[in-house]
Write a protein that binds this ligand. Structure first.
Ligand code: M6R
Length: 606
C-alpha cells in the first residue's frame, strides 16, 4: 500500500524523502512524488513508475531544494497510475500525501465543485486536499479537526500549509503513521525502516491525533486541540535488518534468516523446557477455559493458522475454526464471549484482519494477536498480544514471518494440550525440545538450495502446477502454492491429495507438474498412492518428504529429502524447499522477486 515520509531539519529534504521512500518500496507502489518548501513556496515533483523515474526527473533540474517536505509512494486505488494521480495533491496553499481510502469523497467533491473548486485527478485524496483548503482559516490544527469531522474512511496524511514553511502536519485514522524523533530534525513515516538511518526513536500517532512537526519540536494534540503527552518508543530493529546484506534479494535473505527468527521468537516463551506464554497475559488455565478457538488472518498468515488448527486439534483435542478475515467479517460468525479469537498478522495493519478483531471484540470474545510489528494497530487493540521477533520482513512474499507464526502456533498447541491433560508433561517437554532444535535442523535444509534451484529449472516453463498433500502437508502446501504463484506468476493450486479423483485429476497431463508434500508417516502410503496416480498420467512429480522414507526411487521424478524430526513439526522444515522453489523459479523467469506486480506488503485497505 502507499508509503508516506516527511522531513523537517537541516538535511537536503528531497534526498531524505527519496531515501525514506526507498525503504518503503516493499509496501508496493506504482508512482511516487514529493513536495518541498522552497523558501515559502511548495514545489511538487511527481511521476508514474518507480522511484528511479522520479529521481530521473529530478536529475533533469527539477529537484526541489529545501529542508521541509513530504513524500509518497502510491498504490493506485482511485484512478489509474499516472503522473496526475500521483501524490502529493492540493494547491498552492495546502498540499498533502495520503495513505488509505476516503469512503465519502464523492459527496464532498460535489460540494467542493459547487463552491468553485476544480479537480485535476481521479483520486479521493485530492478531495481531502481541497477540503482542507476550504476549511483553512489560518489555524492548521483547527482546519484538520474540521476535516476529521467530515471525512469517512481511513487515512494517514502528511500535510503542508503554505503559511507555515517550517513545519509539516500529520494525522491518521486506521492507517499507520509514526513520527521519528531526531536531533534538530524530525520525520513522519508509514513504517520504521524509513527512519532507521536517522533515528530509532519514534512516537506512535493514535487515531485522529494531530501532530505539528518542526525541526525542534513535535506537538501532538487530539481533535479537540488538547495537548497529548506521549511516550517515545525505541525501535529494536537495526539498520542492517532493513538492508539486503549481500543477498541478491530480500526474499533470499529472509529465507536464510529463519533459524535466527525462530530462535529469537521462541526463546523467551520457553521456561524450564516447557512452553511459557504468560508474558502475553494469557495463561494455560485461561486457554483451557475457552469454548472454541477461531483463527482469523489473510494470506500467508491464514496458512500459518491452518497448520495451527491441525496441530491444536490433534494434540489438544480442541475445536479450531480458521477463517479468511475478509470472509469472517461479513459472515456473521457464531462467536460468543466464551470464545478465543486469534488474529495472525505480520504487519499488524491488515484492514480485514483489523476489522475481524473489532468484530470479535464487539461480540465479547477474548482476542489474542500474533503480530510481528510492535505497536501496530492489531497488536495495540487486542486483549493479548504475542509478538513474533522476525525483524523487518521487506520482501512482499512472506517467509520468515510464516515460520515464526508457526512456531507460536506450536507453543500454543503444546501449552493447551498440556493444561488439558491431552498430552503428558514428558510429551510436552519432548515436543518443546524438538521445537528448540528446529533452527539447527533448518540450517541443514537451507543447504539444499542447489537441489531446489534444479527443480525450479524444471518448472520454469510451466503454465500451471499442482501442490498436493494430506493433513498437515495439505495445510502446508497451500503456502507453497501461494508463494509460487505470487512471485513467479505460474498458476498453482494446492489440493488435498485424496480429493484429486473427485475432479481435478482430469487436469493432470505431462504439462502439469505436481509437487507432493509427504512428511506425515501415518498418511504416507495414501499420499504415495496419489503420487503414483498422477505420475502414471504423465505428471512430473517432485516429492518433499523426510529422509527416512523408504520409497522406490522411481515413485517421483525429483525427491527433496528433509532431516527426520517429529512429524508434527515437519512443516517448519518443509516450508523451506517450497520457498526456495518459488524463489528460484521467479529468478529464472526474471520476475521482480521482492515486489511482485499488483501486490502490496501491507494491505491497509479492504
Ligand atoms: O501483514 P499480514 O500478515 O496481515 O498480511 C497478510 C497477507 O497480506 C500476507 O500474508 C500475504 O499473503 C503475503 N505477503 C504473501 O506472501
Amino acid at each position: 500500500m502507499c508509503g508516506i515520509v516527511g522531513y523537517v531539519g537541516n538535511r537536503d529534504c528531497a534526498d531524505v524523502l527519496v531515501d525514506g521512500l526507498s525503504k518503503l518500496e516493499y509496501r508496493g507502489y506504482d508512482s511516487a512524488g514529493i513536495a518541498v518548501f522552497e523558501k515559502e513556496k511548495i514545489v511538487v515533483e511527481k511521476s508514474k513508475g518507480k522511484l528511479n523515474d522520479l529521481v530521473e526527473k529530478m536529475l533533469q533540474g527539477k529537484k526541489p531544494h529545501g529542508h521541509c517536505g513530504i513524500g509518497h509512494t502510491r498504490w493506485a486505488t482511485h484512478g489509474e497510475p499516472s503522473d496526475i494521480n500521483s501524490h502529493p495533491h492540493g494547491n498552492k496553499r495546502v498540499t498533502i500525501v495520503h495513505n488509505g481510502i476516503i469512503e465519502n469523497y464523492k459527496p464532498i467533491k460535489e460540494f467542493l465543485i459547487s463552491q468553485g473548486y476544480g479537480f485535476e485527478s481521479e483520486t479521493d485524496t485530492e478531495t481531502v486536499a481541497k477540503l482542507l483548503d476550504y476549511y483553512y482559516d489560518g489555524d492548521p490544527v483547527q482546519t484538520i479537526a474540521h476535516m476529521i469531522d467530515e471525512v469517512q474512511g481511513s487515512y494517514a496524511l502528511g500535510i503542508m500549509f503554505r503559511d507555515f514553511p517550517d513545519r509539516i502536519y500529520a494525522v491518521r485514522k486506521d492507517s499507520p503513521l509514526i513520527i521519528g524523533v531526531g536531533e534538530n530534525e524530525n520525520f513522519i513515516a508509514s513504517d520504521v525502516p524509513a527512519i532507521l538511518k536517522y533515528t530509532r526513536d519514534y512516537y506512535l500517532l493514535e487515531q485522529n491525533e494531530i501532530a505539528a512537526i518542526t525541526a525542534d519540536a513535535v506537538v501532538i494534540c487530539d481533535n479537540h486541540n488538547r495537548l497529548v503527552e506521549k511516550e517515545v518508543l525505541t525501535a529494536d530493529w537495526d539498520i542492517d535488518a532493513a538492508e539486503k546484506g549481500g543477498y541478491e534479494h530480500f526474499m533470499l535473505k529472509e529465507i536464510n534468516e529463519q533459524p535466527t527468527a525462530i530462535r529469537t521468537t521462541i526463546a523467551p516463551r520457553i521456561q524450564n523446557g516447557m512452553p511459557y506464554l504468560e508474558e502475553s497475559g494469557i495463561t494455560g488455565e485461561m486457554l483451557k477455559a475457552f469454548r472454541r478457538i477461531y483463527i482469523v488472518a489473510c494470506g500467508t498468515a491464514m496458512h500459518a493458522g491452518l497448520v495451527g488448527k491441525y496441530v491444536i486439534e490433534k494434540l489438544a483435542r480442541v475445536e479450531v475454526t480458521v477463517d479468511i478475515a475478509s470472509e469472517f467479517r461479513y459472515r456473521n460468525p457464531l462467536i460468543t464471549k466464551e470464545d478465543l479469537v486469534i488474529l495472525i498478522s505480520q504487519s499488524g495493519e491488515t484492514a480485514d484482519t483489523h476489522a475481524a478483531l473489532k468484530l470479535a471484540k464487539e461480540r465479547g470474545a477474548a482476542t489474542l494477536s500474533i503480530v510481528n510489528v510492535k505497536g501496530s494497530t492489531i497488536a495495540r487493540e487486542s486483549d493479548y498480544v504475542i509478538y513474533t521477533h522476525a525483524g523487518p520482513e521487506i520482501s512482499v512474499a512472506s517467509t520468515k514471518a510464516y515460520s515464526v507464526q508457526l512456531s507460536i502456533m506450536y507453543l500454543l498447541a503444546f501449552e493447551l494440550a498440556y493444561v488439558k491433560e491431552a498430552i503428558t508433561e514428558q510429551r510436552c517437554r519432548e515436543l518443546t525440545e524438538a521445537l528448540v532444535s528446529i533452527p539447527d535442523n533448518l540450517k541443514e535444509v537451507l543447504e539444499m538450495k542447489e537441489r531446489c534451484q534444479f527443480i525450479a529449472s524444471r518448472l520454469v516453463n510451466s503454465d500451471s502446477l499442482l501442490y498436493i498433500g494430506r493433513g498437515l502437508d495439505y495445510a502446508l502446501s497451500m503456502e507453497g502454492s501461494l508463494k509460487l504463484k505470487e512471485i513467479s506468476y505460474i498458476h498453482s493450486e494446492s489440493y488435498a491429495a485424496g480429493e484429486l479423483k473427485h475432479g481435478t485429476i482430469s487436469l493432470v497431463t505431462q504439462d502439469m507438474p505436481v509437487i507432493a508434500v509427504a512428511t506425515q508417516s501415518d498418511l504416507m502410503d495414501k499420499t504415495i498412492s496419489n503420487v503414483v496416480e498422477v505420475k502414471s498420467r504423465g505428471a512430473k512429480v517432485t516429492m518433499i518428504c523426510s529422509e527416512d522414507l523408504d520409497v522406490d526411487k522411481n515413485v517421483a521424478n525429483h525427491l527433496v529429502k528433509l532431516p527426520k524430526i517429529d512429524d508434527l513439526l515437519m512443516p517448519l522444515l518443509a516450508a523451506v524447499p517450497m520457498q526456495y522453489i518459488a524463489y528460484y523459479t521467479a529468478v529464472l523467469k526474471g520476475c521482480n522477486v521482492d515486489q511482485p506486480r499488483n501486490l502490496a506488503k501491507s494491505v491497509t485497505v479492504e
